[in-house]
Design a binder for this molecule. Structure first.
Ligand SMILES: [Zn+2]
Length: 63
């Protein structure tokens, strides 16, 4: 392994952000995600934005 197990790229993080917000990541992925977020203001802002967008979606959709 090339010492890059912890480091997610920004693109990877964006791809995982929606899944993470909905609790869809496994624990290893969630940990890597949190580690990247903790050190990356850019991706943190992206996640906050996405979180707002998800919160704005109508969730009380009756089946
Ligand atoms: Zn980042």
């Amino acid at each position: 392994m090339p010492g890059q197990t912890i480091d997610l790229s920004h693109q990877e993080l964006r791809d995982l952000a929606a899944a993470w917000l909905m609790g869809g990541l496994d624990s290893a992925e969630a940990q890597r995600f949190a580690l990247h977020l903790g050190g990356c203001d850019e991706c943190y802002a992206t996640v906050v934005q996405l979180s707002d967008a998800l919160a704005a979606l109508p969730v009380d959709d009756e089946p």
